[in-house]
Ligand binder design. Structure first.
Ligand code: UD1
Ligand code: CA
Length: 467
């Protein structure tokens, strides 16, 4: 049967007290509404309609054309929000998942289970519910004697008996599409908030003799609806527990899961060890048998197998097999680190390729450069890539040796096997196999140290007697 979805994302989210629209607040590095749309993709929904209102442009520019949109100009409640999809979806036969943009943890498995019950029982609607010790703030699910759902009562409309019910509405539902839009026509705003509640559809359907089922999720942690920053932090924590657990079950060692932050789209190979304080973000891919951390942040980067990265920051970098990075290295966009390369302490690499086996061991900046294989870049050596107007390229050939504290004034080319003497400031190309030295020749003056000290001392005493 055709499966469609409506995502409610038009609310302002007043309780967030934020300039950012609620559904765009990130959890595990991704806006909440992005998680919901990703999960709908996992259950093969054919059409997804996102109801936008507050921040419509921002939500649309984030989600792009992977979904369709309906505009809710005035936020008159969740029922009114769903009604905005009527023109686009109202005439379709099939099932419709309605889900809130602020419930990022609901999983594909739970949605599949809800749909399964819905189909098996032939219900007109199935509510995804959860049992909570503290149900405050959520709509309560009131079941009849037959165990089916009779109605949903919002927190603000609950009497004391209803408020004591611990089964809550997660805001996710499976509906027979045509029956949904038919029932929505009868919803009124006669309630504590003067809003058109989607939840009233349940009572309308049961009164009309339709069957409404409730599927209670196995893990109540999925149910969290993020209305304020306290819930946002809790959603973040719950996501972390889920993501870390998945990686551990896939063979990744996480030494301190409470202090390891991995965003949803990150991929990690088996036998990789994550030490405390590791943060893996965006589209990062980590290979097998790596050791990452402690205190390391990796964003949108690719790290191959058997790599060690300590106390470092990587962004849009590529690190090949058996390389070692850090402690305290900074790999910026375009850093392309070859196999068995060593990037040591206080080294910054930007838009530079380092060939296999090369070493930049301490205190260097390599930017806008192409470095060959087995090159040694000495302590403190830097590429001088920026002249105040343009970024210029430095090329260093295979097996070259760049001594300590060398300045390579770009654009400049160092040949294969060339040797640049420590302390040189290089402004001209060095050919293959040549040695370059570019520094003032040293002069020593025998015994001059004592002489100059004596002269200084006398000057000081002279000044003191005058005063
Ligand atoms: C809603 C449910 C409640 C449920 C809870 C689960 C209703 C009336 N209540 O309450 O039973 O326990 O979710 O988290 O449905 N929205 C619109 N347009 C509107 C109003 C809201 O698009 O006019 C969107 C919001 O952006 C949000 C979602 O609908 O993503 C839910 O709205 P919210 O105000 O957060 O409802 P709750 O009070 O949490
Ligand atoms: Ca909510």
């Amino acid at each position: 049967m055709k499966l469609m979805a409506i995502v409610l994302a038009a609310g302002q989210g007043k309780r967030m007290k934020s300039k950012l629209y609620k559904v765009l607040h990130p959890v595990a590095g991704k806006p909440m509404v992005g998680h919901v749309v990703d999960t709908l993709k996992q259950i093969d929904v054919t059409r997804t309609m996102v109801i936008v209102g507050f921040g419509a442009e921002a939500v649309q520019s984030y989600l792009g054309d992977q979904v369709e949109y309906a505009l809710q100009e005035k936020q008159c409640g969740t029922g009114h929000a769903v009604l905005q999809a009527k023109d686009l979806l109202g005439d379709e036969d099939g099932m419709t998942v309605v889900i809130c943009g602020d419930t990022p943890l609901i999983s594909d498995v739970t949605l599949k289970n809800t749909i399964e019950l819905h189909q098996r029982s032939g219900a007109s609607a199935t509510i995804l519910t959860a049992k909570l010790d503290e149900p405050q703030g959520y709509g309560r699910v009131i079941r009849g004697e037959d165990g089916r759902v009779a109605r949903i009562v919002e927190q603000k409309d609950c009497n004391s008996e209803e408020a004591a019910v611990q089964e809550i509405n997660t805001g996710t539902y499976i509906f027979d599409n045509r029956k949904l839009f038919k029932a929505l026509g009868s919803v009124t705003n006669n309630n504590a908030q003067n809003e058109y509640y989607l939840t009233d559809v349940v009572g309308i359907m049961t009164s009309a003799g339709e069957t409404v089922q409730g599927y209670c999720m196995a893990d109540a942690a999925e149910s969290i609806g993020v209305n304020d920053r306290v819930a946002l932090a809790e959603a973040e924590r719950l996501f972390k527990v889920r993501i870390n657990r998945e990686h551990m079950l896939n063979g990744v060692t996480i030494v301190d899961p409470a202090n390891t932050y991995i965003e949803r789209d990150v991929v990690i190979g088996a036998d990789t060890v994550l030490l405390p304080g590791t943060i893996l973000r965006g589209k990062t891919i980590i290979g097998e048998q790596c050791t990452i951390g402690p205190q390391t942040e990796i964003i949108d980067s690719v790290v191959k197998d058997d790599v060690t990265i300590k106390q470092s920051v990587l962004q849009e970098a590529y690190v090949d097999n058996e390389a070692s990075v850090g402690p305290f290295a900074y790999l910026r966009p375009g850093a392309d680190i070859g196999k068995q390369v060593k990037i040591g302490d206080f080294v910054e690499i930007k838009n530079a390729k380092l060939g296999d086996g090369s070493k930049v061991s301490h205190l260097s900046y390599v930017g806008d450069a192409i470095v060959g294989t087995n090159v040694n870049i000495g302590c403190g050596a830097i590429t001088v890539n920026y002249d105040g107007f343009n970024k210029n390229l430095t090329e260093i050939g295979n097996d070259a040796f760049v001594g300590s504290n060398v300045n390579l004034i770009a654009p400049v080319k160092i040949g294969n096997g060339a040797y640049v003497v420590a302390g040189s400031t290089i402004t001209h190309a060095v050919n293959d196999g040549d040695l370059a030295i570019a520094r003032e020749r040293q002069t020593n003056k025998p015994g001059y140290a004592d002489k100059i000290k004596g002269r200084m001392k006398a000057k000081k005493e002279n000044k003191a007697t005058k005063e």
